[in-house]
Design a protein around this ligand. Structure first.
Ligand SMILES: Cc1cc2nc3c(=O)[nH]c(=O)nc-3n(C[C@H](O)[C@H](O)[C@H](O)COP(=O)(O)OP(=O)(O)OC[C@H]3O[C@@H](n4cnc5c(N)ncnc54)[C@H](O)[C@@H]3O)c2cc1C
Length: 398
């Protein structure tokens, strides 16, 4: 279980180059950090030490409370229940959540159960009915895209949507896998093929054709689920975007990928910064062979390399977030940031644990949890290899 900033953990951010890019939203970040410190850290202290996943009702409470304070889904417009903040501010909040080391902090920000950019392409009625409750933290959704034989190649779909016999609605059939939040979602965004064209549908909870199959418990955090679509009957207006939405799921999905990747990158950088602070704090205190272990160059190598890599990843991510706000972000930039930040976080957490020796390996230590938690980051929102494919294409290769 991650605990609040260890007294030994010395943040390494005061005059770092990235502080230049952090300055603009410093007050907002400070108020979010105060919320974590005053409200979430005490709640986290009551959780069992070895519980990876906070109870669902606690996560629901945090989501709603954070939305009321204006942090959750902060970049959504005020008329939809958001705060209309720039995307670069959202990225800094995700960074702060990771850096806090508080296991409840990520639930205060919109993630895989929150507002989906796919719904931005919805009709006005869909936006009011589905997107607004998500932005306000009052509903939870899931995205059923991945299939047993379509993961990275996500739009190679075998799930289908066909007109029902009377031509008034749709019948969805197929099998989806590795779906987060499927056990508690108020509705599912299902991507299925309409005559070979990827199309997104909203399927509300309780639809008799939609069934949870296998449950997958991963290395940490939330379980994933298989979803079985067996003659899932939905009305015409379940197509996201209405009649124009047929075949548009791929376009709107790609459109939203940069933001999703930058948010993951920011969380990774925050986690890496937290792990590094833990490593530095421990290396300054732990004694071996008559000296502090931080005096040994092999230990310094772990920490100094980490410092350089975290700083570079952070600068890259914050600069890309600015490009989003300026409307000039290119997909390969977000891919560069996500690749760099997720791979860096995995390495930095590993090194910080190594610096702690057996102390960091013990169940219940923050680094033991983070070692398992951070591993998914090079897989979600496109694997590292897929980020490299995107970058290679942008370089005119492949
Ligand atoms: C924690 C977690 C949460 C998830 N939540 C959801 C969710 O809510 N909804 C959902 O639909 N899915 C979800 N997924 C699934 C996720 O999107 C897929 O796991 C991911 O897209 C990779 O697909 P795959 O696992 O089938 O791997 P594969 O696509 O089979 O890839 C296997 C390996 O081959 C590599 N590879 C594949 N193609 C190429 C290529 N062209 N060039 C180089 N290397 C390549 C990959 O990088 C990887 O290393 C989740 C996964 C995890 C781990």
């Amino acid at each position: 279980m991650i605990t609040a900033h260890s007294p030994a953990g010395t943040p390494v951010r005061s005059s770092s180059p990235s502080s230049v890019l952090e300055a603009e939203h410093r007050e907002l970040v400070a108020s979010f950090e105060a919320f974590i410190r005053k409200e979430l850290v005490p709640l986290a202290a009551d959780l069992p030490e070895t519980a990876d996943l906070p109870p669902a009702d606690l996560r629901d409470y945090i989501r709603r409370r954070s939305a009321r304070l204006g942090f959750y889904a902060g970049d959504y417009p005020e008329e939809l229940g958001g705060s209309g903040m720039p995307f670069s501010a959202v990225v800094l909040l995700h960074h702060a959540a990771g850096r806090s080391g508080c296991p409840l902090a990520p639930y205060a920000l919109a993630g895989s159960d929150g507002p989906s950019p796919l719904l931005r392409h919805g009709t006005e009625e869909q936006i009011q009915r589905y997107l607004v409750p998500l932005v306000r933290g009052e509903a939870v959704r899931c995205l059923a895209l991945t299939e047993p034989h379509a993961g990275s190649d996500a739009f190679h779909l075998t799930s289908t949507a066909e007109r029902d016999e009377e031509g008034r609605g749709w019948l969805l059939n197929g099998r989806k896998t590795f779906v987060s939040n499927a056990d508690r979602a108020d509705f599912t965004l299902v991507v299925a093929s309409v005559e070979g064209q990827a199309t997104a549908f909203v399927v509300e909870a309780g639809n008799p054709g939609l069934r949870i199959g296998q449950r997958y418990d991963g290395m940490s955090g939330e379980p994933l689920f298989e979803l079985l679509l067996e003659d899932v009957r939905v009305p015409d207006d379940a197509v996201i975007g209405g009649a124009d939405g047929i075949g548009s799921a791929m376009g709107s999905g790609i459109d939203s990928l940069s933001r999703g990747r930058l948010v993951v990158a920011a969380m990774c950088n925050g986690i890496a910064e937290y792990a590094l602070a833990q490593g530095v704090g421990y290396a300054r205190e732990r004694q071996a062979f008559g000296a502090r272990i931080g005096a040994y160059q092999h230990v310094q190598e772990h920490l100094v390399s980490s410092r350089a890599e975290v700083e570079a990843a952070k600068l890259l991510t914050l600069a890309c977030a600015r490009l989003v706000d300026e409307g000039t972000e290119a997909p390969e930039n977000a891919a560069l940031a996500k690749l760099t930040s997720s791979e860096t976080a995995v390495r930095v957490v590993d090194r910080a644990l190594q610096v702690h020796g057996a102390t960091g390996w013990v169940r219940g230590h923050p680094l033991e949890f983070l070692y398992r938690y951070v591993r998914m980051m090079t897989i979600i929102e496109g694997t590292s290899e897929i980020q490299k494919v995107i970058i290679a294409r942008a370089m005119g290769l492949g």
